[in-house]
Design a protein around this ligand. Structure first.
Ligand code: FAD
Ligand code: UDP
Length: 397
């Protein structure tokens, strides 16, 4: 049998495409993942103590996209959840993103919102062009707060100074003049009621979908025939690092289980000033699980290892563009997701991108069969021209 589609990767990007192609378009789909589980980096599972944990660090779902929310709601119910993070700074635990309470506690003040605005105007150091993560933070809140909250954390997380990273990285964290202590302000914030893995199981449970785990796609390429390839792994690896490796940032995770209900004052504590780890997450805050034990995870950033984060900075974006040109020249291969499009995407953005890709694929109809080595084909693709309105409609602001 020839599969209509081979989908490489069973994370958000691959699972959404597999589900849509099978259930929405009646296509036959083979999903392969080299890991022993589905879910990609959003995979969750019960640990040896019976606590539900996220194996690849804390994943909190949030979106402003009605389409994405409605789509995922077909496969899960939700547990309403608003995420709060505290940062340990100068020996205190204070809210991050920085808000009115952060400043009042840190400096022993009693400002209101208008006072906070004046305070920030007093310390901010406006910069002509906002290019880097240092620019964005220093221009909003000045050097002192930048050094307390951002410089050390960013250097640990990315292995480089904020002045070497695109503004978009630190711009993920807003500055608030009010007392809103939520990490995200999206319209929809929730956790899948029975976890991410259960949601993925329901997405992939379709007679037209076969899933092969512990399998690198190259092991079956040329052995199991397919017509069309959806690739969600690292884009540079697909092309055998032809132009050199694209930098990705990785993490080591250290899990610790304790007796008792909770051990920390918030779901996540960030450590911008001390320790080798960046943050510690206590999962029961996220999952709402009732259990007599509790598990936390420490995140230690590192350069090598599993690729988790693209590193947004000009030279990497340039290198990615060279790989993208190769990718665009392959009409039967579709590059989707955080690693394959080298974008610092949240989960909802991956879902939106995958849904948009589906609409594009279905619009273009079936391709001629490709049984192996599609990366060696070199025709020009009309894809760039027909990215079209779906991607815009589904794009998360
Ligand atoms: P992935 O989940 O990486 O899936 C790609 C899959 O492809 C992997 O399972 C991999 O094994 C497989 N694969 C790769 N190469 C091959 C190959 N050659 N053969 C077979 N299989 C292959 N987003 C949020 O919205 N909220 C959060 O709170 C959040 N927290 C995060 C915390 C951490 C620590 C990290 C790392 C990410 C976080 N994210 C969060 C981002 C989120 O994980 C991603 O947006 C999303 O999971 C990416 O999905 P994906 O399918 O594109 O990629
Ligand atoms: N950041 C920081 N201090 C913090 C939180 C975030 O410097 O207390 C910076 C850091 O560079 C980080 C980026 O903001 O990588 C984005 O933070 P986010 O929490 O969104 O990172 P993620 O959850 O994707 O790891």
């Amino acid at each position: 049998m020839t599969f209509d589609h081979l989908v490489v990767g069973a994370g958000f990007s691959g699972a959404v495409l597999a589900e849509r192609l099978a259930r929405g378009a009646g296509r036959s789909v083979l999903v392969v993942d080299r890991r022993p589980h589905i879910g990609g980096n959003a995979y969750d599972a019960y640990d040896d103590h019976g606590v539900l944990v996220h194996r690849y660090g804390p994943h909190i779902f949030h979106t402003n996209s009605v389409d994405v929310h409605e789509y995922l709601s077909r496969f899960t119910e939700w547990r309403p959840y608003e995420h709060h993070v505290l940062a340990r700074v100068d020996g205190m635990l204070v809210p991050i993103p920085i808000n009115l309470d952060t400043i009042n506690r840190l400096y022993g003040l009693d400002l209101d919102a208008a006072g906070m605005e004046r305070f920030m105007e007093g310390v901010a150091e406006p910069r002509g062009t906002i290019r880097t993560s240092e620019d964005v933070v220093v221009s909003r809140m000045g050097r002192e707060l930048y050094e307390k909250f951002f410089r050390g954390y960013t250097r640990k997380q990315w292995g480089m100074d904020p002045s070497e990273l695109d503004a978009a990285v630190a711009a993920r964290i807003p500055l608030r003049h009010d007392r809103d202590g939520r990490y995200f302000t999206d319209r929809f914030q929730a956790m899948p009621l029975h976890g991410y893995t259960r949601m993925f199981e329901r997405m992939l449970a379709h007679p037209n979908i076969k899933v092969m785990l512990n399998t690198d796609w190259r092991e079956i390429d040329g052995v199991i025939p397919y017509r069309d390839l959806v690739y969600t792994g690292p884009v540079d690896e697909f092309f055998d690092h032809r132009y050199g490796p694209l930098p990705y940032r990785s993490l080591d995770f250290r899990f610790e289980t304790h007796d008792g209900d909770r051990v920390q004052a918030a779901a996540v504590i960030n450590y911008p000033q001390e320790h080798d780890y960046t943050r510690v997450t206590e999962f029961k805050w996220l999952t709402g699980q009732q259990h007599h034990k509790t598990t936390v995870v420490y995140e230690y950033p590192k350069a090598g290892g599993d690729p988790y984060y693209p590193v947004p900075r000009p030279q990497n974006n340039e290198l990615y563009k060279r790989y993208k040109a190769l990718a665009d020249a392959l009409p039967n291969v579709h590059f989707v997701g955080r690693l394959a499009t080298y974008k610092y995407y949240n989960m909802d953005q991956c879902v939106a991108q995958a849904l948009a890709t589906y609409e594009r694929l279905i619009g273009t109809g079936r391709h001629s069969p490709v049984t192996h080595a599609p990366h060696l084909a070199a025709e020009h693709s009309p894809r760039a021209a027909i990215v079209g309105s779906a991607e815009q409609r589904l794009r998360v602001p």
